[in-house]
Structure formats: structure tokens, C-alpha cells
Ligand binder design. Sequence first.
Ligand code: PLP
Length: 466
Amino acid sequence: MKQYLGNQAVDIHQSGHSTHSIIETHVAHAKLEGGDESLIIGNLGDIVHKYNNWVRKIPRVKPFYAVKCNDDSAVLQILADLGANFDCASKAEIQKVLSMGVCPSRIIYANPCKQSSMIRFAAKANVEMMTFDNESELHKVKSLFPTAKLVLRILPPSNFKVQCELGIKFGVNPAKAIHLLRAAKSLDLDVMGVSFHVGSGCQEPEAFVAAIQQARMVFDQGLDLGFNMTLLDIGGGFPGHAGSFIAFDAISQVVNMALDKYFPAEEGVTLIAEPGRYMVASAFTLAVNVIAKRVVARDQNGSTEELNGEPSVSDQPAVMYYVSDGVYGSFNCLLYDHAEVNIKPLKYVDVDDMTFESSVWGPTCDGMDCILKNVQLPMHEVGEWFYFENMGAYTIAAASTFNGMQNPTRFYYCDADIWFDVYPEAVTGYHSAQHGLPFLRAGHSLHDTFETASEMFGESNGIMCN
Ligand code: PLP
């Protein structure tokens, strides 16, 4: 059956359906209609699980989901409905989150270098919390939004391994933070806290300990200067899927210990974080179509020539697959996020099936558009499909349509028990669906749901934002 999150249809399944079988169904559908475009399939239940796991494992820290990571409206809506808050970096992101019925107080404008027009917009929209890391930003804020609640972003220690470093662009050296605090004081601005980001895809939990310790020092400097310091923001950097370099559990234990030591609960400081990858990476699976293929043989110089006819084992052939999505689309994560992707055949492959040295290329005319340079794959034909798991973070959010190539069509699903746990009021719709009555909608739709419910059942509601 289908439910709706905003305008997005969500397939509600009894639990036990594998993502693989769900992709097979969508691909079979696409084939029937002659479709050969990529598909990306979001398991919303996975996001619910991640959110709940966060609340269980790091209960003192409120998550502000980093919208930049994946601004898909179904993702934002289900997180909003679960009670998550949001980290936005621009006017458009703020607008998108507000349009979900989220209160401005649930948003942090976490971009230390903001466009003036966007600060003006934040002021109008009442999004008060915002980060800064330089003096000219303070002057902008003073003239455009003098009552903003400022959070000073400091540079984390750089001696820890991360997938994507952010310190080269943002964050004041903690040793210099005092100058910024003094500048804010002299401008009569309101600094309410300290933030940092250890780097995305943190590979050493100790990075958080060192950064929290430094944040404490800067926090105390703020208190000494008379600021009403009430917030610590520990940023993002949390792993997104089970195969990540370190487990979320390992990080959460270390983070909890460091917070208890440097920001004990009795002090009453509000603790927040800006997880992006953690919430969404594992929720999305991308299926790509083989749109073209070349079989080539390597000569002794290592270059290749095209083979006529089917390859034989002795030819040592290499296969070049051209697929329906590439680095200008969802695989931009290979460039910007330094991601590694894992390709899987959608069709059944026997363990004994022969594999061939292969490369996988995107659909554009650019030679840089290569997804995998060297991977062993069983032979595939044009029209067959591969899929990639863990494609929810820093993929579709930054995908372009360069060369006129289309971004993947999006589909969503959720296990029924998880869905009705989040949207108990939708159960009514589930039952009515069984009896031929219209479905209730969920989500922003929580709004719509109540509207629909009141239309159906004559009740009113006063939900404005939450
Ligand atoms: N917060 C800020 C300010 C960021 O720049 C980013 C990512 O670049 C994030 C949060 C999300 O980080 P992650 O996806 O590693 O959790």
C-alpha cells in the first residue's frame, strides 16, 4: 500500500522485504515501461532507526540534521516529524525546512560565512542561532541582525584522520578565539556558545575528545567575558553505515564520556550536534542501468583495443561499462566526499561465474566521468542493472544534470510497523484503505493528515509549527 509524505509516495511493506527485492520490483516496472534511467530508493525506516539510535546512544545531544547532506523532502519531513532539528547553510535550505512546519528555533544557520541577503532573510524568518568564525562576519551580523544568537566555530585539532577535512576552510584557531569574543563584546553582540566540526567521516573518536576539551576552554573565555554561554555544538563527522571506518557506538561512548567530563549535565549547557552522513547514508540505494558496453583486450603496453565478438578467458579481456549515472550526477561523492563505492550486480550471479576486469563509466562525454577504474565483475549486457548501497550522503544533493543527463528517479519505502509507529494516526488510513476509503497522508502532511482527518472526521487542529 502507499502512504504520502508531503507529495512523495511511500510504499509501505510488511517487514522482511529486502532492499534487493524492492529494487528488482522497481527495475521490472521500469523495464516494462521501457525505462533505462537510474533509480534511487530510500528506506525511510532506516532513517527512523538511525534517529532513534542516536537518541538512545547520545541522549544528551540534540541532533540538528545537516540539510546539505541530503535535502530530499521526504528525508527532511520524516526527520522533522521525528522531532529532529536542522542545520541549514543557506536561505533555500532554511525555507525548505520552515516549509515542513518546523519552528525557526529548531534551526541553526551553521555557515560561518554568510551572504548578507541571507542574514537579512534569517532575521526576517526569526532563525536566530548562527555560527561565525571571523570578525567581518560579526560586523555584518551587527548591521543586519544585531539580536542574533551567535555560536563561535573553532578549529578542531588537525592530527586525526577524517574522510573530508573542513578545517582548511572554517573555524578560528582556539588560541585566537578570545580576540573574536572580545570583538563581539565590543559590538554588544550575543555569543551563546561554541561549535566545531571534527571533519566529515571521522575515523578516530579521540578527535571529539580533543575538540570538546578545546571547546571547553573557549566556552570558559566566553563566560569570563560575561556572555551567557548556554550551548555547545559538536558538529558532524559521525559514520553513516555499518561498513564505516569506525562504528557509531564507539564514537558515541567516547563522546558521552568527554561531554560528562567537560560539560557535566548539572551545568545545564544545551548540547547539540549536526549529523548529516549518519542519518542518511545507509538509507539510500542507487540502481544504474548499463547503457553501453565495450569489450577490450589489453596489449603488452597496457593499452586496450576493441575485441570483435565474445571474449575468451585467454584474451584477458577488460570490459568497459557505461551506466546511467556518473560523477556529474549521484557519484559526485567520489570527487567531493572522497567516497568509495561498492558495485553489486542486480541479477543473480553464481559464485562460480567467471568475473572479468572491468571499469564503470558515467553517461556524460567527459573522460573524467569514471565511477570505478578496476573492478572484477561477472559479464553484463546492455540493459542489465547494477546497484550501489549506502548512497544517501552527499550524492543526490549535489548531483548536476551536466550533458543533459537526468538525476535518478526517487522512490521511498518503509516497513509498516516503523511507519505506523511514527504516524499512528495513519493507521486509520491503512484500515480505511483496506475498505476502499482514501488514505490519510503523513508528514507535513502530519499537517495534511490532520486537515484530511478533520475533513473526514469533522475535527479541527491548531498546528502552526513544531
Ligand atoms: N555541519 C557542518 C557545518 C558541515 O559543514 C557538515 C558537512 O560538511 C555537517 C555538519 C555534516 O557533517 P557529517 O555529514 O560529517 O555529519
